[in-house]
Design a protein around this ligand. Structure first.
Ligand SMILES: Nc1ncnc2c1ncn2[C@@H]1O[C@H](COP(=O)(O)OP(=O)(O)OP(=O)(O)O)[C@@H](O)[C@H]1O
Ligand SMILES: [Mg+2]
Length: 416
């Protein structure tokens, strides 16, 4: 075993690190997830097209032989032109009426169809013979058009260095307080498939869960994706059903998780994910799509060793940049002098370290009774610490408050 450079306190022997295999193999990827409906009735053509589509990641496709009644859950329709001039023109018109971006695919397309297509601003016309070179480029152009029109919410994942460190408590505080501080539409996703607790912590009644959304992925358009979640003002929650992970049949639907995340990203301003269980294969797409990570640790050696392993897994095996990782030392106490914040910074080799103080009474009023942290009248230390994290690290715009009359006179601190 190569043990040089290993620090006995928190470093790990090489044998503890695992390699996460094929999952991270790169295909050509679109800049935003596209759900595409392909209107094509010929089986051979469907096979050829599937082969091309499968070479592109961030793309979901479905075939139909004609334009269906409802198609608002798709971002793009590809119309394979094969037979019949009139049905094709009618399809173009029907799609244009609903402002659905459309691509035409076919060789020697009738001039009349081309005229109708131009009139209705069809995005592009691709000959079959050029599909290999042109499909990815054209889809990228369509994806970029969507990106221009819509804000794409970044994802921040809150991961436990070790179970019980306080990831759920911190996620609910971050969600609740950031929603309080700004007007942005903020979503919390509870990705703890065993003991999801955010609904209780936030006192939100939920009857629709992450697993339901995955089951119904094809029905979720931009409206449905917003209305399905439990909501209080600008804070929404996609809750998790207890023991959902034990249902093998259900687990197959996690193949739609990436698609679901993109739908959520495209319809909100910020997504926070409670990854209390740490890393697992089912919820991996959430990790891979996150732009920031908060690893929650406590001030003890075991917690730091686990956090070190997690950071190595993320950076060495999953290609996550270290600069996106921040640490939150939860239940922090200045009285613990043998492990200081500086020690943690050095041991984990992470530049940005925040802390949240230990206050059992306050934390359990939030987690057990669902009392919002912002409304608790008890000491406001934790509230202030959470605000510091949000102000320094969250990609949201917080309106600046006018100083109050008294603070102008006495120069006092802001309320938070
Ligand atoms: N800063 C704090 N001060 C005191 N108690 C805290 C603090 N943060 C969390 N707790 C308490 O610690 C317990 C565990 O917190 P929480 O459920 O958030 O942890 P978790 O990391 O999500 O755990 P799990 O691994 O079970 O998902 C709860 O009872 C919570 O009230
Ligand atoms: Mg938890």
């Amino acid at each position: 075993m190569n043990s040089k450079n290993i620090n006995n306190v928190v470093d790990l022997p090489d044998g503890r690190l695992t390699v996460t295999d094929n999952f991270f193999k790169k295909k050509q990827s679109l800049p935003v997830h596209l759900s595409v409906l392909v209107i094509c009735s010929e089986v051979n053509m469907q096979l050829t097209l599937s082969k091309q589509f499968n070479l592109i990641s961030n793309l979901n496709f479905e075939f139909n032989d004609k334009v269906p009644e409802h198609f608002s859950q798709f971002e793009l329709v590809i119309l394979a032109v094969s037979s019949g001039k009139e049905p094709c023109k009618l399809s173009i018109e029907k799609l244009a009426k609903k402002h659905m971006p459309t691509l035409l695919l076919g060789d020697g397309i009738d001039a009349d169809i081309v005229r109708t297509a131009m009139h209705h601003h069809v995005q592009d016309i691709i000959p079959f013979k050029d599909i290999e070179q042109e499909l990815f480029n054209t889809l990228t152009v369509c994806a970029n058009e969507i990106l221009k029109e819509k804000k794409v919410a970044p994802i921040i994942s809150i991961i436990n260095g070790k179970s019980g460190s306080g990831a759920s408590f911190i996620t609910s505080c971050l969600g609740e307080i950031s929603a309080d501080l700004c007007q942005d539409e903020i979503v919390l996703i509870d990705a703890d498939m065993h003991y999801g607790s955010l609904a209780d912590a936030l006192k939100l009644e939920t009857n629709y869960f992450l697993t339901d959304a995955l089951n119904e992925i094809n029905k979720l358009d931009n409206m449905a994706i917003k209305s399905m979640m439990a909501k209080r003002k600008n804070l929404s929650l996609l809750a998790s059903k207890a023991y959902a992970q034990l249902d093998n049949e259900q687990n197959k639907n996690f193949e739609h998780l990436e698609q679901l995340i993109w739908k959520i990203k495209l319809n909100h301003d910020l997504v926070l994910v409670d990854l209390s269980r740490g890393l697992d294969t089912l919820t991996l797409p959430l990790v891979l799509l996150s732009s920031q990570f908060f690893i929650v640790v406590q001030q003890n050696i075991v917690s730091l060793r686990e956090a070190k392993a997690l950071i190595q897994q993320l950076t060495n095996n999953m290609g996550i940049s270290k600069s996106t990782i921040k640490i939150i030392v939860n239940r922090y106490s200045k009285k613990i002098t043998n492990i200081t914040l500086n020690d943690i910074k050095k041991a984990l080799a992470i530049e940005c370290v925040f802390y949240v103080s230990n206050n059992y009474k306050l934390a359990s009023s939030c987690t057990d009774l669902g009392l919002p942290l912002a409304k608790l009248t008890e000491d406001k230390i934790i509230h202030k610490e959470i605000c510091t994290i949000i102000k320094q690290a969250f990609p949201i715009e917080i309106p600046t408050e006018e100083p109050s009359f008294f603070s102008k006179i006495f120069g006092g601190h802001d309320a938070i």
